[in-house]
Design a protein around this ligand. Structure first.
Ligand code: KG4
Ligand code: ZN
Length: 344
């Protein structure tokens, strides 16, 4: 029985969790800095690092208390080593290594995207291998073939903005707060897709995507409607634009996911990352269950966006190959194909 402490600090969420063999997730605590960065319209790295520093130890204590275990009961400490913001990663790496050193326990650097990919393991039904993953977050829109834990082949990527980034940037143009995905989704429930925004690269043969053109399309639309330059946008129009943005992005994601499944003849799909919380995307993908006979696995809704539980579960999976003692590593630009495979 192994108990892993997971620490996530790659961006603007301090996430802590405890995961144990057999019992699964024992406890998790999360502090989101959204309010702190709202006035800047995006994450300010230096402010983010300082806030992680302030929150991390109290959150670890709270997590241990809530699981009713002592720090000595931990067998290994997993932390996000990249990709992410250098300063915020250093906070998690420093604390993880400090605890590990003092307890003489192994420390496991985790790739943030592997955390997202394995987040459906937090559900009672684990994904079947092999699977295709649609990993859609604020920083990435990737389609990945996953043969087993640790073996990841990138099949498609966004050539420019990530899907979450497209939600966030177009939301900003509508005067919505950061991060915009949830705000667009909320408005979209009262809107109609009347503006028919472009679906870039929808019918290109490969699995790559492109979302940066949506910003230009929304700006052009606002100009046509004479609503640019911070003008007041009437609620009905705002809802219709939000729905049009959501439809354009989710059409591309659902189509490319379906294409990846068809090309690889794999029947299991994992959808993860912050954008996987989007109800319209889930609805479009769920239609594939009936038409293509596939199985779809999502993380629990609260673990779609960044959290410590996905790092703890990934750390638990990597425990066997962990190196004991000091392993201080951060890599803000770490890619998935640089990851060490897990040997059987
Ligand atoms: O995975 P995540 O927490 O952070 C990264 O690793 O980037 O994803 C955050 C992204 C943001 O861009 C946010 O706008 C988007 O996920 N997001 C959503 C929804 N909830 C979060 N996008 C669309 N619909 C949602 N319901
Ligand atoms: Zn993330």
């Amino acid at each position: 029985m192994t108990t892993v402490l997971g620490i996530e600090t790659s961006c603007d969420e301090t996430g802590i969790a405890l995961y144990r063999t057999g019992d699964g997730l024992l406890a998790h605590t999360l502090y989101s800095q959204i309010e702190l960065h709202k006035i800047y319209g995006g994450v300010v790295p230096e402010i983010a690092s300082r806030d992680h520093l302030k929150r991390i130890i109290p959150l670890i204590m709270e997590c241990l208390n809530s699981a009713n275990i002592s720090i000595n009961d931990i067998d290994a400490i997993a932390y996000t080593a990249g990709p992410g913001l250098m300063g915020t990663l250093l906070v998690g790496a420093g604390v993880a290594n400090g605890i590990a050193y003092s307890l003489n326990k192994p420390v496991i650097p985790i790739h943030h995207l592997e955390g997202h990919l394995l987040s459906p393991l937090l559900n009672s039904e684990s994904p079947q291998f092999p699977f295709i993953a649609l990993l859609v977050s604020g920083g990435h829109s990737q389609i990945i073939a996953v043969e087993k834990i640790g073996t990841y082949v990138l099949l498609g990527d966004s050539l420019d903005d990530a899907a979450g980034e497209a939600f966030d940037k177009t939301a900003k143009m509508l005067g919505l707060p950061y991060p915009g995905g949830t705000h667009i989704a909320k408005l979209a429930t009262n809107g109609n897709d009347i503006y028919k925004l472009p679906r870039p690269m929808l019918h290109s043969p490969g699995l790559d995507m492109s979302f940066s053109g949506l910003k230009t399309a929304v700006l052009t639309l606002l100009k046509q409607l004479n609503l640019h330059n911070n003008s007041f946008i009437p609620e009905k129009i705002k809802c219709d634009i939000a729905k049009s943005i959501e439809e354009a992005i989710t059409d591309v994601l659902a189509y490319k996911a379906q294409l990846a499944l068809a090309q690889s003849k794999v029947t299991n799909l994992v959808v993860c990352g912050g954008v996987s919380a989007n109800t319209t995307l889930r609805h479009k993908l769920n239609l594939l269950k009936q038409t293509h006979g596939i199985k779809i696995y999502y993380p629990p809704l609260k673990f779609c966006t960044d959290n410590g539980a996905m790092i703890a579960v990934a750390g638990h999976a990597r425990y066997k190959m962990a190196q004991f003692n000091y392993n201080f590593k951060v890599n803000p630009r770490w890619t998935l194909n640089e990851l060490d495979p897990i040997h059987d």
